[in-house]
Design a binder for this molecule. Structure first.
Ligand code: TGC
Ligand code: FAD
Length: 388
């Protein structure tokens, strides 16, 4: 079914011509290149790597970074619209682009030397190198400050030891940004994955984000040259700054998935006859459709305002938490309601609904769980941190 677009409050009118053009380009790409193949990839649990060159060509990797590093230098609203469209296709595709840009290119750009930027950013922007971000560990998810991965300084460079878990793109990466406690401080390292002592086995049997590669990273006495330390990264604040970028993209992306589910629910309920009427004519069904559209519209406005604040340099990370938390809730609720309205047909891969619903279960958990974003807001409101 070709996507018509969900824009009840004419948010299009709030976008510039350039923002609309970026959105429409990625919208076409998703309709023509992603939608026809994504169910097969989800079913077979493979990532659609064949799409990497086209996404690079469109400037989607590190899209907001400057042109001097081969990036598209788009504004944050345009980037958000990219994320919305990609996740309308599949959260796995948006995850791939989030990780490459927000979690690999952003830390190199923000905490790296000029030499590191010149070496890595153009390759990553062209999709010739793929990256991953290793923060989470088997025993430290919501609480990354407790990480056990260690960096020890030697006269040959840094020796890294530890295990990271649930790492998007891990097995297919050429380079990993690894966060470790190094001489007492949390630091970021650029680790080339072909190096001795580094392994990245894939985590199998996921029922969510099946069209995305998720891995363990095992570092066993991995020797990293001094020049691969990100010199301006110091403390937990550094990886958390990266997470802000990715959480921003998710706030837009989750609404993309919701838009896809809503549109299918409308079409399906108008065509499905029970008791001699389209089920869309029943009040209980209309209540659900009205609720979905209202929540999507609120989520779109949150994302749009978040983007404008980010472009104006006025964004506080607690505002990103509000949008991530709200919009993933909207995505997941919309997917579940659409599944309900489609009855038994809702559980198959014939329609994208259940796939989105399964994906969004991960999106609810990664990049800060729903609880963690609630507590970030709680701390912002009260000044009292309730995590510990
Ligand atoms: P806390 O003491 O609160 O903070 C340490 C320092 O960092 C500052 N800070 C932030 N700075 C920038 N952005 C943020 N979001 C920040 N949050 C805190 C804070 O002001 C402090 O600064 P300073 O100057 O005083 O040192 O740290 P805490 O240990 O109490 O932890 C706080 C908490 C729980 C919010 C944090 O640990 C957290 O966000 N946990 C969630 C972990 C998480 O989101 N992991 C995500 C891993 S990556 C991932 O999931 C990728 S999925 C990718 C995909 O496929 O799309
Ligand atoms: P836990 O932290 O153990 O949480 C379990 C439950 O306890 C949750 O409900 C949580 O909200 C709750 N909880 C924990 N602490 C508190 C508290 N203080 N108050 C209230 N409730 C609390 N990580 C990376 O570093 N890089 C990646 O690329 C990456 N990709 C991922 C891809 C996928 C598909 C998934 C599923 C995860 C990925 N992650 C990645 C990991 C992700 O960030 C973590 O799963 C997430 O941070 C939660 O950690 P956890 O799974 O260990 O859950």
């Amino acid at each position: 079914m070709p996507f018509k677009g969900v824009d009840f409050y004419r948010i299009d009118d709030l976008l510039s011509d350039e923002e609309r053009m970026v959105r429409d380009t990625v919208r076409r790409f998703v309709d023509e290149r992603v939608v026809p193949i994504i169910d097969k990839h989800f079913e077979e649990a493979t990532f659609p790597s064949e799409l990497i060159p086209e996404m690079a060509e469109m400037g989607l990797f590190g899209g907001t970074l400057p042109e001097e590093y081969g990036c598209a230098n788009m504004n944050n609203v345009a980037y958000g619209l990219v994320m919305q469209e990609l996740e309308r296709g599949d959260s796995g595709l948006r995850s791939f682009v989030s990780v490459q840009g927000a979690l690999v290119m952003y830390p190199i750009f923000t905490f790296g030397t000029e030499e590191q930027k010149q070496k890595w950013l153009p390759l990553l922007a062209r999709g010739q190198k793929i990256g991953c971000f290793g923060l989470t560990e088997p025993d430290h998810g919501s609480d990354p400050a407790g990480m056990e991965t260690r960096g020890r300084r030697t006269n040959k460079g840094w020796v890294l030891n530890g295990t990271k878990r649930w790492i998007t793109n891990g097995t297919i990466s050429d380079v990993a940004i690894i966060w470790a406690k190094a001489e007492g401080d949390i630091r970021g390292f650029i680790v080339e994955t072909k190096i001795p002592g580094f392994q990245a086995p894939e985590i199998k049997n996921k029922l969510s984000l099946r069209a995305s590669v998720t891995s363990d990273l095992i570092l066993d006495d991995v020797l990293v040259p001094d020049g691969n330390l990100l010199p301006n990264s110091s403390g937990l604040k550094a990886p958390l700054m990266c997470l802000n970028q990715a959480r921003y993209g998710i706030a837009w992306g989750a609404i993309g998935a919701a838009m896809a589910c809503y549109e299918w629910a409308v079409e399906y309920t108008k065509g499905r006859i029970q008791f001699d009427k389209p089920i869309a004519q029943f009040q209980l069904v209309q209540e659900k459709l009205a609720h979905m559209l209202t929540e999507i519209t609120k989520g779109q406005l949150l994302a749009w305002r978040l983007g404008r604040l980010k472009d104006e340099g006025k964004l506080h990370f607690s505002q990103t938490s509000m949008a991530k938390r709200n919009n993933v809730r909207v995505g997941l609720e919309t997917a579940r309601l659409a599944r309900d309205l489609m009855g038994a047909n809702g559980i198959t891969l014939e329609y994208p609904i259940f796939r989105h619903m399964c994906n969004l279960e991960s999106v609810y958990t990664y990049e800060g769980t729903d609880h963690i974003h609630t507590l970030i807001l709680g701390e912002h409101i009260t000044g009292l941190p309730a995590y510990k």
